[in-house]
Design a protein around this ligand. Structure first.
Ligand SMILES: Nc1ncnc2c1ncn2[C@@H]1O[C@H](COP(=O)(O)OP(=O)(O)OP(=O)(O)O)[C@@H](O)[C@H]1O
Length: 324
């Protein structure tokens, strides 16, 4: 289990992380989300032992995690941290990079292990290519394989798929998280991509200005976001007066609705005016004005600009989302 108790940190005088407390059970996949600059990378570096905290303690099971002031070689033995810079050796081949820290004692085993990792990251054909000749996305995949090589107990991933094209990203993510589950490897992934979060993270930790403002199972955080900031980390969100949809609420009370939760219907007293339709592949994102406020609605078809539309929200969503 990973335990953080009252952890605070500042690079200079400005606090970056404030009084962080949480525990993570072994084998869980955690997403770490928050706006750019909120402190996600800093938190991963502290957990890995690359930075000394100003206050607080960290444990992996019963072992205290110590920073560079106490550890000659910063970084924890049983963890691996994949930073946004990949830290590969450019003049060595893909296979040499991945196998760098593997024992040469049994060469067959080493080759088998490197090949297994190359398959996970779909880089087997590039095995003998020098890293300097790879694209950014290919380097990122090699870096991922490298951090898996010595079977860490805890894997800390900072935007691990940021450079990888959508086509590969989906299968890579599936391969990687299935591998981590099979091998009971705990992971914390700092990410801006909601697919990383929704499909693979059992739990999500939300950071805002260096503080943890929510930690819960991912379904709960997505389905019942505590506030606009949290909901907006998953994409567009509408914050609308609850009284427009449900009686018994004060005028200043608001409800958060994702674009797919608003429907465009013929018969509704709730009227909005269309501003623009954005093509999104399997649907259009309709930008409209409702109650003098811009809203976004998912809809299967394009709608003419300036057209008046009726909107509705299912009773089920309204009652589950609106809090008195
Ligand atoms: N080495 C450093 N020295 C001083 N300030 C730093 C340093 N690294 C980061 N910061 C500052 O600390 C804050 C948190 O940065 P951090 O990289 O942890 O954020 P983040 O949430 O990971 O951002 P992003 O999502 O953009 O990667 C930011 O204000 C950043 O400017």
């Amino acid at each position: 289990m990973l335990t953080l108790k009252n952890v605070s940190f500042a690079y200079n005088t400005v606090p970056v992380l404030k009084n962080i407390n949480f525990t993570i059970e072994k084998g869980k996949h955690i997403a770490l989300i928050g706006a750019s600059g909120c402190g996600k990378s800093t938190l991963l570096k502290i957990i890995y032992g690359l930075l000394d905290t100003n206050q607080g303690t960290l444990f992996w099971d019963n072992q205290k995690i110590l920073g560079p002031a106490y550890n000659l070689v910063p970084g924890q033995e049983n963890m691996k941290y994949l930073s946004q810079g990949f830290e590969l050796q450019p003049y060595r081949t893909v296979a040499e990079n991945i196998g760098q820290y593997l024992s040469n004692f049994e060469p067959e085993l080493k080759i088998g292990r490197v090949n297994e990792l190359l398959e996970i990251v779909e880089m087997l054909p590039f095995k003998d290519i020098k890293v300097e000749n790879l694209s950014g996305g290919q380097k990122q995949r090699v870096a991922l394989a490298k951090v898996l090589a010595k079977r860490p107990e805890l894997l800390l991933l900072d935007e691990p798929f940021g450079n990888i094209d959508n086509f590969r990203r989906s299968s890579l993510r599936r391969n990687l998280f299935a591998y981590l589950k099979r091998n009971k490897i705990t992971s914390i992934t700092a990410t801006h991509d909601k697919t990383d979060i929704l499909s693979f993270a059992e739990e999500t930790i939300v950071i805002h200005n260096g503080e943890i403002i929510d930690k819960n199972d991912t379904h709960t955080i997505y389905n019942n976001p505590e506030n606009y900031y949290i909901a907006s980390l998953f994409g567009e969100v509408n914050q609308l007066p609850t009284a427009a949809f449900l009686s018994g609420f004060e005028n200043d009370h608001t409800i958060l609705l994702y674009p797919h939760e608003l429907q465009i219907v013929e018969n509704s007293d709730l009227k909005a005016s269309v501003k623009k339709s954005y093509f999104n592949g399997n649907h259009y994102l309709i930008e409209a004005v409702f109650n003098n406020k811009v809203i976004f609605i998912e809809h299967p078809y394009r709608i003419e600009n300036s057209k008046e539309i009726g909107i509705q929200v299912s009773q089920e969503i309204l009652t589950s989302r609106a809090k008195k």
